[in-house]
Design a binder for this molecule. Structure first.
Ligand code: UGA
Length: 448
């Protein structure tokens, strides 16, 4: 089949490369000339493990190409995917659909023959109706079926998620579109990935409900972690104890400094707005958003408490800046609030991240110093804070760390170490949700 993907950002590029790898003929289109020029030269605009190889292989095989010109690929396509960004609209948190609607207007006059227009961008319920209205009013002769086909790709594991999905969701009403979408996903369907056909509106809501539920699950365990600290329990064991119940499930129960990234913060906010406007407020998600926002800043206070209540003029080393490992993405990363909170309290911050430092320089306070590796970062530091669980921080040489630091505080906001292994080496260890550890600086301990 022939596929045109409009928008060669994260979702468009990964989806395009994977569809090409299935044997389809794919053209990825983007307005940004520098992005297309880079892709044509074999350079990836984002960091995603395995993507560069996948793109190279499929370009060489003649199945994947890149262009800034939408007309040709759209006129030849069996399916046109809309995969442009839907950022939070400034001021009100609603999803900004201007790019989606602009693409609908542009493709309207170029579609030829029966064409499926599939929205992969995360869009609020009802957007498909508007896309269909735009295309039909611009080109009444167009033979199109507008479908919803949300993505469930995690950054850093996107290729794996695309090729081995838990499910594929497609919202449509036209039986011809059902045949086309079944054909597009046939290789996955043969691998027994459930292909769930539903209505367009239901499909649009499934995407938001999935992200909101995951954000809620993370926020739940984060609050349980705080409770564990105050009542002498251990959050990792609580997570294991509840996660073994198949109705709850073990995944997404890792306590951390709060969720970030380009999806959960924006999508939870957009869903809250949709629900309020639809007179069915989702109070659980409203609370999730508020709790998560406060948590990021609270993590700075946790570090300050671990340092004895004061960090003025102290040097703090921050390991990991991206919102999670295996990405260079800094959007809504907890590190932004944590670093700012430390600087506001008078600390000098040195940071290291394997991929995120270029983006971090544009977002973090200019006072932050950047190191070339983890050990350079911690040299002379009074305290070290692990904010993102990159693999290379999981096996740090703790003896070396203890030698080159000037202080002895290690704050692990991802629970990747055990207290005993750190303390044996002479460092004082603070993590999340371990109430068996000494409570810092006189916080009240609940009665036994
Ligand atoms: C998320 C969803 O997982 C994808 O299914 C979805 O397709 C994507 O959003 C999207 O809408 O495009 P992503 O934002 O890449 O993917 O990242 P996640 O792996 O879900 O992590 C999100 C945040 O939650 C990170 O900050 C991570 O550190 C945090 N997290 C995750 C935790 O704090 N604890 C956990 O147990 C899991």
């Amino acid at each position: 089949m022939r596929i045109a993907i409009i928008g060669s950002g994260y979702v468009g590029l990964v989806s395009g490369a994977c569809f090409a790898d299935f044997g389809h003929v794919v053209t990825c289109v983007d307005k940004a000339e520098h992005k297309i020029a880079a892709l044509l030269a074999g350079r990836m605009p984002i960091y995603e493990p395995g993507l560069a190889d996948l793109v190279e292989r499929n370009v060489e095989a003649g199945r994947l190409s890149f262009t800034t010109d939408l007309a040709g690929p759209v006129s030849e396509a069996d399916v046109v995917f809309i995969a442009v960004g839907t950022p939070s609209r400034r001021g009100d948190g609603h999803a900004d659909l201007s790019h989606v609607y602009a693409v609908a207007r542009e493709i309207a006059s170029h579609v030829q023959g029966f064409t499926v227009v599939a929205t992969k961008s995360t869009v609020p319920v009802g957007t498909g109706d508007e896309v269909e209205y735009i295309i039909r009013s611009q080109n009444p002769a167009a033979d199109v079926a507008v479908v919803s086909n949300p993505e469930f790709l995690r950054e850093g594991a996107a290729i794996e998620d695309f090729k081995r999905p838990d499910r594929i969701v497609v919202g449509l009403s036209d039986p011809r579109a059902r045949d086309v979408m079944t054909g597009i996903y046939r290789p996955l369907y043969l691998n027994e990935a459930p292909l769930l056909f539903t209505t367009r509106r239901t499909s649009e809501l499934i995407k938001y409900a999935a992200n909101a539920f995951l954000a809620l699950k993370i926020t739940f365990i984060n609050e349980v972690a705080d409770l564990c600290e105050n009542v002498g329990a251990n959050v990792q064991e609580v997570a294991r104890g509840i996660g073994l119940d198949k109705r709850i499930g073990a995944k997404f129960l890792n306590a951390g400094p709060g969720y970030g990234g380009s999806c959960f913060p924006k999508d939870t906010l957009a869903l809250v707005k949709t629900a309020q406007d639809s007179n069915a407020p989702l109070r659980l998600i409203e609370t999730t958003v508020a709790v998560n926002d406060q948590r990021k800043r609270a993590m700075a206070r946790k570090v300050i408490a671990a340092c004895g209540g004061r960090v003025r003029s102290k040097m703090i080393a921050v390991l990991g800046l991206t919102f999670k490992p295996n990405t260079d993405d800094m959007r809504e990363a907890p590190s932004i609030s944590i670093v700012q909170g430390l600087i506001d309290a008078g600390a000098h911050v040195t940071a290291y991240d394997p991929q995120g430092m270029e983006q971090a320089r544009q977002l973090l306070d200019p006072a932050v110093r950047y190191a070339a590796d983890p050990y350079e970062c911690v040299e002379g530091a009074q305290a070290v804070v692990i904010v993102t669980e990159w693999d290379q921080f999981r096996a740090l040489d703790i003896d070396r760390l203890a030698r080159i630091m000037s202080g002895d505080v290690l704050v692990d906001l991802r629970n990747i170490y055990r207290a005993d292994e750190i303390e044996q080496r002479g460092l004082r260890y603070t993590n999340l949700g371990d109430g068996s550890m000494p409570v810092p600086h006189g916080l009240p301990v609940a009665a036994e």
